[in-house]
Design a binder for this molecule. Sequence first.
Ligand SMILES: C[S@@+](CC[C@H](N)C(=O)[O-])C[C@H]1O[C@@H](n2cnc3c(N)ncnc32)[C@H](O)[C@@H]1O
Length: 256
Amino acid sequence: MKAEDVKEHWESGAPTTKCETIKRLEVNAIYNAIMDIEGKVGSVLEVGCGNGENLRNLQAFIPRSFFEGYGNTRFCGMDMVEREPEFDGEFRVGNVLGISEVFDEKFDVIFTCRCLISLANHAEQMKAVGEMAECLNDGGTLIILENFTMYHTRQNHLRTLLGLKKREAPEYNVFMDDGKLIKHAKSIGLSYKSAYHFASLHDIVLYVLLPAMGIEPAYEHELVKAVTKLSLGVEETCPFGTEGQNVLLAFTKGER
Ligand SMILES: C[S@@+](CC[C@H](N)C(=O)[O-])C[C@H]1O[C@@H](n2cnc3c(N)ncnc32)[C@H](O)[C@@H]1O
């Protein structure tokens, strides 16, 4: 899909996820990754922030940090400004591929949540990582929460074991390669810290087991709600394996 088509897709107000439970797990994973940072986190930037939902939730739990959102559509953060006028943060419109030219200040934390998969190819994804790294303070943390091909493939393998068809990635997404991302990050001075496989059991239930029982889509199923509650309750970073297609990877710029 061409870059303009992807932008139009988000401009049209397309929902950023069909799955409310995965959104809760994503915000929780980003929160945990920020809490795992040693030292003060003064400023947090989300790149590809959509309507600002992640930032609103994070600010409720991390009130002493300053939050900023950045995204390439005119809707960037708009819902938030209208719905939550007391939200203490800012939003700017722009492309991640030029972000290092945009901000004068640097951030303690920069995160993405299913933004880089909207880029056209692997080369653009790696350029975006480099651009964001330039906007980090030394010792700052880059959090990349995206969909990765390897885990999507594993999930599809589980589906085929139960006689189900493979699920295709949406046409406006390019799923990432975690091995190549970690290698590239290292080459530009980012140290790989950890992976959070926060949605493994959730995705097995939602995309494998319930479909095998003929229930698909199953976003509202009680079992999906129960597995979300369970996943939110456990403290380990990879409690139930690595079969979830959304994974959070954390990197540090130099040593913090
Ligand atoms: C799947 S949505 C995710 C939104 C939000 N992060 C969330 O978790 O709900 C992807 C977001 O990335 C933004 N985006 C896509 N390509 C971008 C680019 N090149 N530069 C900046 N933002 C981009 C889109 O506008 C959209 O809001």
